[in-house]
Design a protein around this ligand. Structure first.
Ligand code: ZN
Length: 139
């Protein structure tokens, strides 16, 4: 059994943006010869989270707009007194910082419509997501 640590880098372009990072993570698996095991992705940020869902453009837009409705900006938050982004932190806490996916025969074992979605809540920024694989590697 091996443990492989790495990361993928993401550049968001908008303040709220759902970004499909499945291809980047799958490429990381291939580049690191990960074959069978468990993979975690972990956002290093307090204002950007991860979720697994469908990468349909309308749904990605819906996630962005509905999160903003659930946690609207500038609604009297304490944190806005020191850093004007309390809504971004709260949205990120709702999403959570990580996801776990199994890897089978060198492929992410996702359902047909499932994708790993990075959710920027305070962009645009350069972001980092840790990728850790635990399991059998080839070569
Ligand atoms: Zn803040």
């Amino acid at each position: 059994m091996n443990v492989v640590h790495g990361q993928v880098e993401i550049k968001s372009k908008r303040s709220m943006e759902v970004i499909d990072i499945t291809g980047m993570v799958q490429s990381w698996i291939v580049d690191n010869n990960a074959e069978d095991g468990i993979l975690t992705v972990f956002s290093f940020h307090t204002t950007a989270g991860l979720t697994i869902n469908e990468a349909e453009s309308g749904l990605m837009h819906d996630i962005e707009t509905q999160l903003s409705k659930i946690v609207p900006p500038h609604a009297g938050y304490q944190h806005d007194k020191v850093d004007d982004n309390a809504h971004s932190h709260i949205m990120t806490s709702l999403l959570g910082p990580s996801e776990t996916v199994t890897v089978r025969s060198g492929r992410l074992a996702l359902g047909t419509w499932q994708r790993i979605l990075f959710v920027e809540c305070d962009g645009p920024r350069s972001r980092r997501v840790a990728v850790t694989f635990v399991g059998k590697t080839i070569g």
